[in-house]
Design a protein around this ligand. Sequence first.
Ligand code: BTN
Length: 247
Amino acid sequence: MAEIIGRKIIKFDGIDSTNNYATKIAGNSEVFEGTMVLANEQFSGRGQINNTWESEPGANVLASIIFYPEFLPVHYQFMLSKVVSLGVANCVSTYVEEVKVKWPNDIYVGNQKVAGILIENSIMGMNIGWSVAGIGLNVNQMMFQGNAPNPVSIAMLLGNKIPLTEVVSRLCRCIDKWYAKLKNNEVSTINQAYLEHLYRFGIESDYRDKEGVFRGKICAINKIGQLQIEKTNGVIGTYHFKEVIFL
Ligand code: BTN
């Protein structure tokens, strides 16, 4: 059983967005760390950069987890993104192979996206007050209507559906394991695992930045979570989210 993550679960049949609810209650003294908000259906599920998140009612995991990583300086907030990504990736790996983390925190199987993560923080001085990690994990949906690029679910890959309750408890255990390492300051273990799971790490591929299309290899993630790509001309490009497109 997970020790912290999911020790309290608040479950809704339908809600606008589990992240909206979780960010409203985070920080209340009676809402302890690891509280998970779950829903069968979201009416306005939110993705990154104002995208919507598509999910058929009752088919997938729609979860938001509340963290209080007060020990984490603001400039290391990407560490939380790493541990949540690794937890989700490990959970998916119990069902299918070739699971990767596409920087910054999309979970891919081969070239298809199986889960997305949306992290929202409150900052207190130099540290993080609360953090909400919203996770949309496609489990039993067999068809996607929207225009999200290459969506896939575990059931589409496996050929059979799986009980959501089983996936949720695995997810809690997997994220718990990585969050415990973060609390324990096992930074190099986390960084190494993140690179080992990183989609296209060290593989020459095509990208586009503000200067145009180029070929290069992802060579590192810096301390503040920026992506670094070594171009074929030897120059290293350093990017914030959305400053580079994977082609
Ligand atoms: C992405 O765009 O990749 C991030 C998607 C995050 C979706 C999840 S579903 C549960 C939680 N509630 C939301 O409204 N969004 C996140």
